[in-house]
Design a protein around this ligand. Sequence first.
Ligand SMILES: [Ca+2]
Ligand SMILES: [Ca+2]
Ligand SMILES: [Ca+2]
Length: 207
Amino acid sequence: MLFYCFILFLSNIYAQFDFTQNIIIDETFAQQNPRKVMVADIDGDNYKDVVSLGNNILWYKNIDGLGNYGDAISIVDFSFNGAWFDMDIADIDGDNDVDIVFFNGVDNTPLVWVENLDGMGAFSLPQVIKSISSTNSYLNLQVKLVDMESDGDIDIVYSDIDGIGWYENTDGEGTFVNHLLISINHNNSDGPRDIELKISMGIILKM
Ligand SMILES: [Ca+2]
Ligand SMILES: [Ca+2]
Ligand SMILES: [Ca+2]
């Protein structure tokens, strides 16, 4: 009897993990070299849409809220042979629609954002937040959108060739000021890379 109950228990567990694969993005959906996918309500209809990052940034409209998606819609056109490295999605300018912040793969890998102009998925051209000093900076490019100082607007935390820092959204509308937390010194001769950790606006620990 105990054995029978155990088998029944296992059957229930496996039944709970009986997933069905639903392919939203495949080679017919125009994404090349996909490296990140996120969900967000791009067009404000309360259905979660899918956004993919690869050699370009595309979104796929959740048509009915039941998992049926439309064709790829371009957010940033693929116009070069570079890769795109990271993105995050949130309302950067406080107008109640989601915008996208991402690292570009060319032009000294600038950190840029595109504004959701109409709240329905018509995006602006990329607006540069930061340019990076070296073109050989394809490592460590990460971006995360979060309210860092709890003032109600979304800020940008990043890591790149220069170090780790965050951009303060000073007006809640997408005007940013950089705060570098950990800087990487490329010019010092006593090591391949020195890391300087800045604490409380001025104290520097060198490793
Ligand atoms: Ca939607
Ligand atoms: Ca917005
Ligand atoms: Ca903030």
